[in-house]
Design a protein. Structure first.
Lengths: 229, 243
């Protein structure tokens, strides 16, 4: 594990450095924030770098294998309804737990003058994500073309955007971003890839698309709510 | 300066990580109990890795919140008082380097390289998503400057996605929509959102919230389009080689 950490150090420095350099240059030219705040920025950058190092190493060591094990085990235990339930539960639970979702839900509550309650909305978004995550796993099982499925989903999204009230639209599309937490992403990807690895006749690439569909689920859920009288 | 970090920030960040880990831990525990029955060695590896990743996420989010977030806002405000010609290039530059540091983008690119047995390289996927976000943030900043309605960009944009989908190889379609999801990770949600809100508070008209929001939607859309474009390019090159 120490070797893995050492490998990651160079990588992580290369990942964070460009942003830090650009902010430093802007600080010297146009921003000119007080020194104390700039020092706080440097301290924050150091924390973020160490954090990313541990994050990437931990994902490699524990999170990805966890997703792979679960994904590979799913079809062995048979029933498609179990896979459906797992997809829904995973999408629903991780979304309800995501703090950004509640922040967003409060904004929607404010934009709709309290007509849409924040907690109710959280569950609606989570249900949207859960349903679409389940749909994505079914797609892997049934080999429905991702292009056909997405074309339909995006067409519905465009149609709803036209009908929904204008002030709800930015919030709805922002909801799409809250479904992809840093820890959920590797679990979901590894789970889907693990699933494709044990099902015959599927290329490994069939495992992608789940995150995108889950995002669309959140967007459609908020747009639908906006349509309610 | 009002942005001095407090113990409240630390507690909130810690709590948000606990909330993010809890469902995954419960999920794994249920699976291990009911079906998996992995040996203790594997379970302890998964536990050690999860604890490490959670601690890392906590430090990362804390660092982003106390370090990058206030500067996103300050840079945004500074951009609002520059000549409008600066909105696109500076927005694009910040969009690129922020996404370069987005953890989820790296995770997706790693998995793509692995799943494609190295044929779709990470070194290709990451810059492609960064370019997509760069364009999105540039356009998003210009949108704030000129108060262009979001719908005018989103509807044609997603229309274009549907059209492009018919011509792009299905592997790239799937990777593209995932890219749209991961491009809007914690970095974009703090740094780039703060940037947009900062600029909107200076030049964005009466309601900075309405005009500042929506950037995230553009980032997601542009990442999808960028990866589809990469897919078209890759297959066009392969096609030329064969003929």
């Amino acid at each position: 594990m120490m070797r893995l950490l050492a490998q990651q150090i160079r990588e992580v420095l290369g990942v964070v450095a460009p942003l830090v350099v650009v902010i430093c240059v802007l600080q010297l030219t146009v921003v000119r924030a007080p020194t104390a705040l700039f020092l706080q920025f440097l301290a924050g950058s150091a924390l973020a770098t160490v954090g990313m190092l541990l994050l990437f190493t931990g994902i490699e060591v524990g999170i990805l294998p966890m997703g792979r094990f679960i994904g590979a085990e799913l079809p062995r235990k048979g029933s498609p309804s179990l896979i459906l339930a797992v997809g829904f539960a995973l999408g629903f639970a991780t979304t309800v737990a995501e703090p950004d979702v509640l922040v967003l839900a409060r904004q929607v509550e404010a934009a709709s003058d309290g007509a849409i309650g924040a907690y109710g909305l959280t569950y609606v978004i989570a249900a949207g994500v859960g349903i679409f995550a389940a749909l994505a796993l079914v797609r892997i099982l049934t080999r429905i073309s991702i292009a056909h499925l997405l074309a339909g989903v995006y067409a519905v999204m465009i149609l709803l955007s036209w009908l929904a009230p204008v002030e709800i639209i930015p919030l709805a599309y922002d909801a799409g971003s809250v479904t992809t937490g840093v820890l959920t992403t590797p679990v979901v990807l590894a789970l889907a890839l693990g699933l494709t690895s044990v099902l015959g006749e599927r290329s490994a690439e069939d495992g992608f698309g789940l995150l995108g569909l889950a995002s669309a689920g959140a967007i459609i859920a908020v747009l639908l709510l906006g349509l309610l009288p | 300066v009002t942005d001095v970090p407090t113990f409240g920030d630390v507690g909130r960040t810690a709590w948000s990580v606990v909330l993010a880990v809890a469902p995954l831990a419960g999920f794994f525990a249920a699976f291990q109990w009911l079906f998996l029955r992995l040996p203790a060695k594997e379970v302890s590896r998964i536990l050690v890795g999860s604890v490490m990743a959670s601690l890392g996420l906590f430090l990362f989010l804390l660092g982003v919140n106390i370090g990058f977030l206030p500067f996103g806002r300050l840079i945004g405000e500074a951009m609002g008082s520059l000549a409008p010609g600066w909105l696109f290039p500076l927005g694009a530059l910040l969009g690129f380097v922020t996404t370069w540091g987005e953890p989820s983008v790296r995770i997706l690119a790693d998995q793509v390289e692995e799943a494609s047995s190295g044929s779709i390289r990470r070194a290709l996927v990451v810059p492609t998503i960064c370019v997509g976000v760069a364009v999105a943030v540039g356009v998003g900043m210009v949108r704030i400057g000129y108060q262009i309605p979001l719908l005018w960009l989103l509807v044609p944009g997603y229309g274009l996605v549907i059209v492009a989908m018919c011509f792009t190889h299905k592997t790239f379609v799937a990777i593209a929509v995932d890219a749209g999801g991961v491009a809007t990770g914690p970095m974009a949600n703090t740094v780039l959102l703060a940037l947009a809100l900062g600029t909107a508070s200076v030049i964005g008209g009466p309601d900075p919230l309405v005009h500042g929001l929506g950037l995230v939607a553009l980032i997601s859309l542009a990442s999808v389009l960028a990866v589809m474009a990469l897919g078209l390019l890759v297959h066009w090159k392969e096609g030329r080689k064969e003929s």
